[in-house]
Design a protein around this ligand. Structure first.
Ligand code: KG4
Ligand code: ZN
Length: 333
């Protein structure tokens, strides 16, 4: 029997989840809307809002899961990577909670947790599988050999795919985070209306900084010809940018699948909520003969459910940490 409480505070979502014998019975996510006013996450503000949100989120999660805090067996938390001040709030709270109730502590890597979100619901991928993890800060192709035996076989050399979405959205005067809005407008647009250059990068790596600059120049030039270019073509621009990003992502994923002779393919991270990427993966399932794994929406973007399931597998392995643990802004697998 195990009841694990998990805390996620690496960026701008304060989240608390409960895992009861491997089942997620609560996944509370308190969004921080304050950053919308600034066009990006302001680290200092994120820390302050985590501080305000964390106790109510804990209480809400316990209520939803119908669990008394005295019945909790372990406390899992995101150790990193992420914003240090934001992580400090979650880590300090987890340590205090564990100390007060004399519970073991479980440190979880946020990027591993995005991948392990696939072990919350069925169908679950079989090891080894390849996971394309695409978030606001990371773009990685990971060869997952076991729960905590993961190897990054390709990654971005500069910007993440989520940044490419968010920065394009900013150029289009859409509020932060723009990824979901590009997705929404793209549904009414023509993905072949405009063409953007595909980065020529070696191996299984990605690059999105040149792509972002190309979009900047494209919009600037078009606006010189027609000041209403964005307003008149918003859906087509969004659909074309989204189509290009998805092609870049899938081309390397197909290359990796061939190289590792692997047909178990998963996606994870915030950008895996993108409807175009999800559809493209379903098409690749048919054309490539892949077994495809796509997380439920609530487990794509940052959430403590994924920290809880990672914590559960660490709990089974008795992989605990001491009270001297610290958060880490950068963290390898
Ligand atoms: O994993 P996540 O929630 O946070 C990080 O760990 O970074 O990912 C956030 C990123 C943001 O860039 C956001 O714009 C993007 O995921 N995102 C999307 C969609 N939903 C979230 N991008 C494109 N389409 C979406 N539907
Ligand atoms: Zn994330």
């Amino acid at each position: 029997m195990s009841v694990i409480i998990a805390i996620e505070s690496s960026c701008d979502e304060t989240s608390v989840a409960i895992c009861n014998n491997g089942k997620i019975t609560a996944n509370v996510i308190a969004n921080q809307t304050i950053h919308e006013n600034y066009g990006g996450v302001i680290p200092e503000l994120a820390s302050r809002v985590h501080q305000q949100n964390i106790v109510p989120a804990i209480q809400q999660a316990l209520t939803i899961a119908k669990v008394n805090k005295k019945d909790v067996n372990a406390v899992a938390f995101t150790q990193g990577p992420g914003l240090l001040g934001a992580l400090l709030v979650g880590v300090s709270f987890a340590k205090s909670f564990a100390l007060a109730l004399d519970l073991p502590l479980i440190a979880v890597n946020h990027m591993q947790a995005h991948i392990l979100a696939h072990f919350i619901d069925d169908p679950k991928p079989n090891f080894p599988f390849l996971c394309l993890t695409v978030s606001g800060g990371h773009t990685q192709i990971v060869l997952v050999k076991d729960y905590f035996d993961m190897e990054i076989v390709g990654e971005t050399l500069d910007d993440a795919a989520g940044e490419a979405f968010d920065k394009t959205a900013k150029l289009l005067n859409l509020p932060y985070p723009g990824g979901p809005l590009i997705d929404k407008h793209a549904q009414n647009g023509n993905p072949l209306a405009f063409k953007f250059p595909v980065p020529q990068i070696q191996d299984l790596n990605y690059s999105f900084s040149g792509f972002k600059t190309a979009i900047l120049y494209f919009i600037r030039d078009k606006q010189k010809e027609n000041p209403l270019f964005i307003e008149e073509n918003l859906a087509d621009i969004c659909a074309s940018v989204q189509y290009s990003i998805i092609n870049i992502l899938l081309n390397k994923l197909k290359k990796a699948a061939k190289q590792f002779n692997c047909k178990e393919i998963a996606i994870a991270g915030g950008v895996s909520a993108n409807s175009g990427l999800r559809n493209a993966l379903m098409e690749a399932k048919e054309s490539m003969g892949w077994n495809v794994y796509i997380p439920a929406f609530q487990y794509c973007t940052d959430n403590a459910g994924m920290i809880a399931i990672a914590g559960y597998h660490k709990f089974l392995a008795k992989d605990f940490v001491g009270q001297d643990i610290s958060p880490m802004a950068r963290m390898n697998f």
